[in-house]
Write a new protein. Structure first.
Length: 308
């Protein structure tokens, strides 16, 4: 099951407004997309206990075949694909670097925490068991999971779950574990200065995804998307396909059907009204696309959802 249904910048709050930190545990069986392409303003730590995965970050592929920790820096486009038909587990801690702050401007605040918050220092991409920092960072990760009431090392713990906490004691423990984790990365010189040459290809894709989210109710042409990033249509389509794995038109239709499913679940709008609301001017086209992605009609989908 996919943890993040959005294919673009997340608009959800990870944790709460006062304590922006949450954990996610995802169980998945079979090959396919575990987490679809998206990005967010928070940092993310991913723990894989094993299995066969392909992690895509900013159009770069990272094969995963054994235990490891990966870090997603704020704003990085990423997705997770399962490469095996076996049962898999993936755990994540997502947090805003802002919760690491101190009111006092000591040396750690000035030279470590603030640069992390401002994106001037980046988390490492990956840590594997042979690295001396792996064990203490993994233990801090487990401590964070336990502070949320979850145990990452127990397969019988809650699957496909997300947890937040408003308990002050738990929040203090979580913050202390994150600071310990940051200190361990710093002590092992695993935090690196930001490279100023930002990948324009990734930013172009993110701009196009945002445009689709904001305009999916209207007619969208490939020329509109290419124009947003000042690229010719042919090059843009190749770039988009390489980054996302589908063409711009396929992506638009999938996103529109995702919105239609939400409206069928949450409103009493008619199928025709939902068709128009989701950017389809032709009911026949809408029904064909809906069946393509769900193997059922909109009314069948609504009926099945409300039976669940």
């Amino acid at each position: 099951m996919e943890r993040q249904p959005s294919l673009l910048k997340e608009i959800r709050t990870h944790g709460t407004k006062s304590f922006p930190c949450a954990i996610y545990r995802t169980h998945f069986e079979g090959k396919g997309t575990l987490v679809k392409h998206h990005w967010h303003d928070e940092a993310e730590i991913l723990y894989f206990c094993g299995g066969e995965f392909r992690l895509e970050i900013n159009m770069e592929n990272f094969p995963i075949t054994s235990e490891c920790l990966y870090f997603i820096n704020p704003g990085e486009l990423h997705s997770i694909i399962s490469e095996s038909s076996d049962s898999h587990w993936e755990d994540a801690v997502v947090f805003s670097p802002g919760i690491l702050s101190f009111d006092s401007c000591d040396e750690a605040q000035i030279h470590l925490i603030q640069p992390v918050q401002k994106g001037q220092l980046l988390f490492p991409r990956c840590i594997k068991p042979e690295h001396p920092a792996f064990a203490p960072v993994r233990n801090a990760f487990f401590d964070i999971m336990r502070s949320f009431g979850q145990d990452s090392r127990e397969e019988n713990s809650s699957a496909d779950s997300s947890l937040v906490t408003d308990d002050l004691t738990s929040q203090l423990y979580i913050k202390s574990h994150l600071l310990f984790l940051l200190a361990t990365l710093s002590a092992n010189r695993l935090l690196t200065p930001t490279e100023r040459n930002m990948d324009k290809r990734v930013e172009s894709v993110k701009t196009a995804l945002t445009y689709i989210r904001e305009n999916y109710r209207e007619k969208i042409y490939v020329a509109d998307l290419a124009g947003q990033v000042n690229l010719n249509e042919q090059y843009f389509c190749r770039l988009f396909k390489k980054a996302i794995g589908s063409s711009p038109i396929e992506y638009i239709n999938e996103y529109r059907i995702k919105q239609a499913r939400s409206l069928l679940e949450e409103t009493e709008l008619s199928v025709t009204e939902i068709c128009m609301e989701c950017g389809y001017n032709n009911l026949g086209n809408f029904l064909r696309e809906f069946r393509k992605y769900t193997d059922m009609t909109p009314l069948q989908y609504r009926k099945q959802f409300r039976k669940a």
